[in-house]
Design a protein around this ligand. Structure first.
Ligand SMILES: *[C@@H]1O[C@H](CO)[C@@H](O)[C@H](O)[C@H]1NC(C)=O
Length: 754
C-alpha cells in the first residue's frame, strides 16, 4: 500500500532534506518498520474513545501474527493457521445466525406489541392478530381477535371509540416512554439508527461503548418498543447496529480479534451486511449496502466474501424461523397485474423520481434543522419528556387518519398490493368511486409522515429512517398511480393510452407498482444510495421484472436530490456529529494547496529534543489531548511521537525508579549509556513519517489520506517542520460546506445526551 504513493506521487513534492534523513532513507526505514518484527521495547498501541486507529500498524501486527503461526514447526505449522481461520468463520457464522434469529424475534415482538394497541386474542394474550386468526378460510370472519371495546363489552358507539382511542394513545406513550427511559438509563448510544456511527467506526473511529452488550440489549428491546409505539420510525437501519454489536461481542472471545482493531472492523463490516440482509430479507442487498454505503469492502475481496457468507446465513436463519408464517423472504410482495409496462407510464414515473428527489432533500433539511433546534433548546435537557410528548402527538394525529393509524409495515405491504377481488379492499383503497378521497388521504399521510419523521429521527429512541421513507414514497406513488388509472378510466380511447386495451375494466395500470416506484424514488432522495437500493427494493418486493423502472426512478431522484445538496441523510449526521470519517468521494481542489489547510508550525504543540525533562513531558501529555506530537531539534524534524506510546513508556520508566528520574532530560536520539542525565526515548519515536512540502495541491493530500488510510501528514522544507495536517483537519475541510457541520459534536468519550 505504501508503495503506491511512492510511485504515484511525483518526487518533487517530497521534501528535499539535505541536512537530515533523506526521503529515500525515510521511506526505506518506513517500509522496514512495517515488515521487521516490532521492537520489543516499543509499547503496544491502545486507543481511547474518540481516536482513530492506525490501519498500517494493525495490519502489520496481523501479518506478523500470521507469519508466526505459519512458521511453527511440524503439524503445528499447519494446524494453528487452520484453527485461526476456523475461529474467524465461527464468528461469522454465529453472527449470521444470531442476527437472523434476533431479526425474526424482533418482528414477532413488534407485531404483537403493535396489535396490542387495538385489541387482544381471546384465547391467549401472547398471540398477535395474524396468529390469533390463523387457520380461517378466506372470507371467514375472525371472532377470536377482540378489540378492547369488545373485550370489555362496551356497547355504546361513543364509549367504544373513546376506549379504543384511549388505549391506542396510552400504549403508544407507554411504549415510547419506556424505550426512552431504557436508552437514557442504560445505553445512551442506543438511540437513532446507528448507521452514521457504524460508517465512522468501520473507517477507523474508536467508540467502544457504542458496541457494548448493554447497547445491544437496549437497542433490541427499545427498538421493538419504539416501533410498536407507532412513532414514525422503522427498525431496518438499527438492525445494522444490532448486528455489529453482536459481531463485536463474539469477536471479543478470540484474542486475534480482541487485540487487533483492524481485524475487528473487518468482522463488523460483514455483520453490517447481515443486518441489512435480515432487515429487508435481502441478502444480496446487504452485501451491496456494505459495498456502496459503508464503503468498507473497497479493494477487499476477502471482506466481501465474508459479508456474503454472513448475509446468506442470516437470511437463511430468518427464513427458518419464519416470523410471519409466509415461508417467504420477500416482505412486501408486489402482485402487479402484468409483467409489461407501457411507454407512457414513464411520465408519471419520472415525475415520481423528481418528487422523490425534492422531498428527500427536504426531509434531510428538515431533519437537520430539527436536530439543531433540539440541541439548542430546553428539549435537549429533557429527552424522555420530548419522546413522550411526540409519541402522544403522533398517536393523536395518527388515530384520525386511517392510513396513519396502522403500522407502517402493514400500510406499505397493502400499498404495494394490487387490487384483487379475492383479497378484499384495504380501507377502501380499491374503490374506484373513492379515488379523490384516496388521493387526498394518501397525500395527507405522506405530508404528515414527512413532518413527523423529520422530527422523530434523532430523538432518544432507537429509530431507523428506511421504513418511514418507504411509507411516504409508497403513499405518494400510489396516489399518482390512482390518478393515472383514473385518467385512463375516464379517457380509455385517448391516444396516450393507445397501448392499453380500450376496455377500461381490463387492468392496464398497476397503482401498486407505482407505490414501489414512489418508495424507491423517495429512498433515493433521502439516502442517495443507488445500486444497493435498487437491489434491496427488488428483493424486498420480488418485482424483478420491473428493475428498469426502479433504476430510472432512483437515477432521477438522485440527480434531482444532488442538485439541492450532495450527500444523504447519514452523511449529514456524520458531519453534524463531526466523526472523523473520510468520504471516498473524489475531491477536486480549485487551486488550493496544502499550506492553506495545514496547521502551521507555530500553532502546533511540538516536543523539542533535549529541551525538556521527563516531568515536563508528563505535564505536556496531561495538558494536551492530541494523538501525537512532532519531535524537532532546532526546527529540524526528528520524527513523530504517539501520545499513548509516550505515556506507556513514561509509566514503564517511573514504576521502578525514584523521583530523580523525573528530572532527566528526554532524548529522542540514541544516547550513550554512560549519560545518566538523559532518558532514552528513542524507541518511542516514529522516525519515518510521511513528509510532504506545503506547496502540494490539496487534492493530492486528500487523495493520500483516502487511499492510504493515513492519520497525519507532516510538512517540511529542507528538513525543517513547517506544518501538519491530521485526518480530522481533512474531514472538517471536506465537511465545511455542510450548513450545520459539527453542530451536534460532543467531546470524545462523552455521551451524546446530557
Ligand atoms: C460480551 O458479552 C458478555 C456478556 O454480556 C460480556 O461479559 C462481555 O464483556 C462482552 N464482550 C465484549 C467484547 O464486549
Amino acid at each position: 500500500m505504501f508503495l503506491f504513493c511512492v510511485i504515484s506521487v511525483s518526487p518533487a513534492w517530497f521534501s528535499a532534506s539535505e541536512s537530515h534523513d533523506s526521503e529515500l532513507q525515510a521511506l526505506n526505514s518506513e517500509l522496514s518498520q512495517w515488515t521487521d518484527s516490532p521492537d520489543p521495547k516499543r509499547p503496544p498501541h491502545t486507543y481511547r474513545d474518540g481516536s482513530t486507529i492506525d490501519w498500517l500498524y494493525e495490519e502489520n501486527l496481523e501479518r506478523q501474527r500470521k507469519n508466526r503461526l505459519r512458521s511453527q514447526r511440524g503439524a503445528k505449522g499447519i494446524l494453528l493457521p487452520t484453527l485461526d481461520t476456523m475461529k474467524m468463520w465461527f464468528v461469522i457464522v454465529a453472527t449470521g445466525i444470531g442476527v437472523g434469529v434476533t431479526g425474526a424475534s424482533l418482528d414477532v415482538l413488534v407485531k404483537w406489541l403493535g396489535d396490542l394497541r387495538e385489541g387482544r386474542c381471546s384465547y391467549g394474550f401472547f398471540y398477535n392478530q395474524v396468529a390469533c386468526c390463523s387457520g380461517l378460510d378466506p372470507g371467514e370472519i375472525c371472532t377470536e381477535w377482540r378489540t378492547w371495546s369488545e373485550w370489555f363489552s362496551v356497547h355504546s358507539i361513543l364509549g367504544q371509540s373513546l376506549l379504543q382511542s384511549f388505549v391506542y394513545m396510552a400504549l403508544a406513550v407507554v411504549f415510547a416512554g419506556s424505550a426512552a427511559i431504557l436508552v437514557q438509563t442504560y445505553a445512551p448510544y442506543a438511540f437513532h439508527t446507528g448507521i452514521p456511527e457504524i460508517k465512522a467506526i468501520l473507517g477507523g473511529y474508536v467508540l467502544d461503548a457504542f458496541l457494548s452488550p448493554w447497547t445491544l440489549l437496549i437497542k433490541g428491546v427499545g427498538l421493538a418498543l419504539s416501533v410498536a409505539s407507532g412513532l414514525s420510525l422503522g427498525k431496518e437501519g438499527p438492525l445494522v447496529h444490532v448486528a455489529c454489536c453482536m459481531a463485536y461481542n463474539l469477536s471479543g472471545f478470540f484474542p486475534q480479534f480482541r487485540h487487533n482493531e483492524a481485524q475487528k472492523r473487518k468482522l463488523l463490516a460483514a455483520a453490517a451486511a447481515a443486518g441489512v440482509s435480515v432487515a429487508f430479507g435481502s441478502p444480496l442487498g446487504g452485501v451491496l449496502f456494505g459495498l456502496e454505503e459503508l464503503e468498507t469492502f473497497a479493494n477487499e475481496t476477502e471482506v466481501i466474501w465474508r459479508g456474503f457468507v454472513t448475509s446468506v446465513i442470516a437470511a437463511v436463519s430468518l427464513q427458518y424461523v419464519d416470523p410471519f408464517g409466509t415461508s417467504k423472504l420477500v416482505l412486501f410482495q408486489v402482485t402487479s397485474g402484468s409483467d409489461t409496462w407501457r411507454a407512457f407510464e414513464l411520465v408519471p414515473w419520472l415525475f415520481l423520481g423528481v418528487i422523490g428527489g425534492i422531498l428527500g432533500s427536504l426531509l434531510i433539511k428538515l431533519n437537520v434543522a430539527a436536530a439543531v433546534y433540539r440541541r439548542n433548546s430546553i428539549m435537549h435537557e429533557w429527552p424522555v419528556l420530548e419522546v413522550i410528548g411526540v409519541s402522544a402527538i403522533t398517536a393523536a394525529i395518527s388515530y384520525l387518519v386511517v392510513f396513519l393509524r396502522v403500522q407502517s409495515s402493514e400500510l406499505v405491504a397493502n400499498l404495494f398490493q394490487e387490487c384483487d377481488a379475492s383479497k378484499g379492499d384495504y380501507h377502501g383503497l380499491c374503490n374506484p368511486v373513492a379515488m379523490w378521497r384516496n388521493v387526498f388521504l394518501l397525500t395527507l399521510t405522506a405530508t404528515v409522515k414527512i413532518g413527523l419523521t423529520a422530527w422523530t429521527f434523532g430523538m432518544m429512541v432507537p429509530a431507523g429512517i428506511f421504513l418511514p421513507t418507504i411509507a411516504i414514497g409508497a403513499s405518494l406513488g400510489r396516489a399518482v398511480g390512482l390518478l393515472t388509472q383514473g385518467m385512463y378510466r375516464a379517457h380509455p380511447t385517448s391516444w396516450i393510452f393507445s397501448s392499453c386495451p380500450p376496455d377500461p375494466t381490463v387492468r392496464c395500470i398497476s397503482p401498486g407498482f407505482y407505490a414501489v416506484i414512489g418508495a424507491s424514488a423517495m429512498l433515493g432522495g433521502v439516502t442517495r444510495m443507488t445500486i444497493s437500493l435498487v437491489v434491496i427494493l427488488f428483493e424486498l418486493t420480488g418485482a424483478l421484472s420491473h428493475v428498469l423502472p426502479i433504476m430510472i426512478s432512483v437515477m432521477v431522484s438522485k440527480w434531482v436530490g444532488d442538485a439541492f445538496g450532495e450527500g444523504g441523510i447519514y452523511t449529514a449526521w456524520i458531519a453534524m456529529r463531526r466523526y472523523p470519517w473520510l468520504p471516498s468521494v473524489e475531491y477536486k481542489d480549485q487551486g488550493e494547496v496544502a499550506a492553506q489547510v495545514m496547521r502551521p508550525v507555530d500553532e502546533l504543540v511540538v516536543i523539542e529534543n533535549r529541551k525538556c525533562t521527563l516531568k515536563e513531558l508528563d505535564a505536556l501529555l496531561k495538558a494536551h489531548e492530541f494523538h501525537g506530537f512532532p519531535v524537532v531539534q532546532e526546527g529540524q524534524l526528528l520524527g513523530y511521537a504517539i501520545r499513548d506510546r509516550l505515556r506507556a513508556f513514561l509509566s514503564m520508566l517511573s514504576t521502578g525508579a525514584a523521583t530523580e528520574q523525573s528530572e532527566q532530560i528526554c532524548s529522542f536520539l540514541p544516547i550513550r549509556s554512560e549519560d545518566p542525565g538523559s532518558a532514552d526515548l528513542s524507541p518511542v519515536l516514529e522516525k519515518a513519517v510521511l513528509q510532504l512540502r506545503k506547496e502540494v495541491p490539496q487534492e493530492l493530500v486528500v487523495n493520500m489520506f483516502q487511499k492510504l488510510s493515513l492519520r497525519h501528514v507532516l510538512f517540511t522544507q529542507s528538513g525543517k517542520l513547517t506544518g501538519m495536517m491530521t485526518k480530522s483537519d481533512v474531514v472538517s475541510f471536506l465537511n465545511a460546506h455542510f450548513p450545520h457541520a459539527a453542530a451536534l459534536a460532543v467531546p470524545p468519550g462523552q455521551s451524546p445526551w446530557p
